[in-house]
Design a protein around this ligand. Structure first.
Ligand SMILES: Cc1cc2nc3c(=O)[nH]c(=O)nc-3n(C[C@H](O)[C@H](O)[C@H](O)COP(=O)(O)OP(=O)(O)OC[C@H]3O[C@@H](n4cnc5c(N)ncnc54)[C@H](O)[C@@H]3O)c2cc1C
Length: 489
């Protein structure tokens, strides 16, 4: 255990030298910092925003607390939190039992697990049971080493040829969840879908603020130094190795650096280009960002309740006649996911809130002048409210707060290039993994590809990278320091 205590506050780091500096307090950065602190390394966690969590965040308005990205994650989060965080965190993870779909092809309720999907596919969609079983088995057996030329569209065509309705049921929630398309490698779909299908969709009781608060306590217990409002301007490298970071003009030496910032931001904004070999930079230039999101947040007056049976926990709604991943990105919104939060999901808080999430493109919002931006946001709120009225009677009179977030909001608070909600597409994973081979001691842990993003993916990626950093530190035990060669402005 470290001798110094953790401090969750803005301001200067306590020491000028650490074993590891973690840049960014998203779920991957937090988890990596916690594991490395627990292992006895001297860890500094630097976050540019004024709170921990990254995209796992919340905000308060007029007595309401709005969760931004707590819509659902797979059961695997319980095990990861128990092992790498604390039993108390793991014990607060509970299932969302009512998942609703409503679109021109079908309306149904499900617990979103293999057993219930099998029932629906057989009884409701009339698919032969052997085809359903074969599909689930194939999806579950997928792994990183599979042939990446097989697309998700190929997978569906193999098991459910010509069944657009079945594809919609199986694919639409995953597209909403992480922007993946039918053209992505089938393994990215198979792994994420199977994670959900194993036992359904889960949430954190008490909300994101409670989770992040408990994580902050755990970091403190494990001796991690935490500094908020500390933007890392540069990762300092020399002789093919990382040497530390530059924060507020001050160099901090480190034997290893883990960047939880956007992959492309890490490579092109934080590290001087001369430290990267040309072929690595070329590979990084080919990496595509994932899409961004828009959201509309509705607060229901204190004491008023929403009918849980009617609305469920999650509602995937669409007016599009057919499923099309591209149309889910359009500013002309036809498809939305509503998350309903009841007082029971936040015990002790007598409020219901509703969050509508839509996939969207940064380019559609980036350059709107102020008045047009304001009008576009209002139009999004109005359209979403109109859609919501179909499911919650008189909702207009029952709401006392409405607000919307756009790709610009996500870019502003997390510095993700183009406000990407899930980092990069799948090809980003190879670049992220290659980083320490190119600059010794420099690691990346954060949303890349579909598998390594989302709450569970980010936590698990933090674990993988923390283990690698731990091994690196044990094998490279010399103290960190700067030589005169290290470039400082
Ligand atoms: C609208 C929306 C809904 C979502 N819903 C779900 C959901 O229901 N379920 C689910 O599993 N996932 C969901 N996600 C995705 C999930 O929230 C993310 O994949 C995950 O939280 C990302 O974690 P991360 O570790 O990659 O880091 P991020 O959350 O991306 O955090 C990166 C951190 O690095 C910091 N940073 C960046 N640059 C610097 C710098 N130079 N110096 C210091 N700090 C820096 C940022 O401020 C940020 O705190 C959603 C995302 C969005 C946007």
């Amino acid at each position: 255990m470290n001798a110094h205590s953790s401090r969750q506050r803005a301001g200067d780091p306590q020491f000028s030298s650490y074993d590891v500096v973690v840049i960014g307090a998203g779920l991957a950065g937090l988890t990596a910092a916690n594991i490395l602190g627990r292992a006895g390394h001297r860890v500094l966690l630097l976050e540019q925003h004024d709170k921990l969590g990254g995209l796992a965040t919340w905000f308060k308005r007029k007595g309401h607390i709005f969760d931004v990205s707590l819509h659902g994650f797979p059961v695997g989060m319980i095990k990861s939190c128990r092992r790498y965080w604390s039993p108390e965190i793991a014990d607060a993870i509970v299932q969302l039992k009512r998942i609703h779909f409503d679109n021109p092809m079908f309306s149904l309720e499900t617990t979103f697990d293999r057993r219930d999907f099998t029932r629906l596919l057989v009884e409701r969609f009339g698919v032969a049971p052997p085809a359903v079983d074969a599909f689930f088995d194939a999806a579950r057996q997928m792994n990183f080493f599979d042939d990446q030329s097989v697309t998700t569209a190929d997978l569906f065509e193999r098991y459910f040829p010509g069944r657009e309705d079945v594809v919609r049921l199986l694919m639409e929630p995953i597209t909403y969840a992480n922007g993946s398309t039918l053209e992505d490698p089938a393994l990215t779909y198979g792994i994420v879908f199977s994670n959900f299908m194993s036992k359904g969709v889960y949430t954190f009781e008490g909300g994101t603020d409670r989770l992040i608060g408990m994580m902050a306590d755990e970091l403190r217990r494990n001796g991690v130094d935490v500094c908020l409002r500390c933007n890392v301007d540069q990762v300092l490298c020399e002789g093919g190795r990382v040497r530390g970071v530059l924060v507020h003009g001050r160099p901090i030496a480190a034997r290893a650096v883990v960047s939880n910032a956007n992959l492309l931001g890490t490579i092109f904004d934080l590290v001087d280009a001369r430290h990267w070999p040309a072929d690595f930079l070329e590979q990084a230039r080919q990496v595509r960002l994932n899409n961004s999101s828009t959201q509309v947040y509705f607060g229901i007056r204190a004491g008023d309740t929403i009918d849980e049976e009617q609305c469920g926990d999650l509602l995937f709604t669409s007016t599009a006649p057919r499923f099309c991943a591209q149309s889910l990105l359009s500013r002309d919104v036809t498809s939305r996911t509503f998350s309903f939060y009841y007082p029971r999901t936040r015990p002790g808080h007598n409020r219901c809130t509703i969050v509508a999430s839509m996939n969207s493109q940064f380019a559609d919002w980036a350059d709107l002048p102020p008045e047009e931006y304001r009008r576009a946001k209002q139009a999004l709120i109005d359209d979403t409210l109109q859609c919501l009225e179909k499911y919650v009677p008189d909702v207009r009179q029952r709401i006392d707060w409405m607000e919307c977030g756009t790709p610009r909001t996500f870019a502003r608070y997390t510095k993700h290039w183009q406000g990407a909600s899930f980092g990069t597409k799948f090809e980003g994973l190879a670049v992220s993994r290659a980083m320490p081979n190119v600059i010794g001691g420099l690691y990346h842990a954060g949303s890349v590809g579909i598998i390594m993003s989302g709450w569970l993916g980010a936590v698990n990626y933090g674990v993988i990278v923390a283990n690698e950093v731990d091994a690196f530190l044990l094998n490279n035990s010399s103290q960190s320091s700067f030589s005169e060669e290290t470039a400082l402005p």
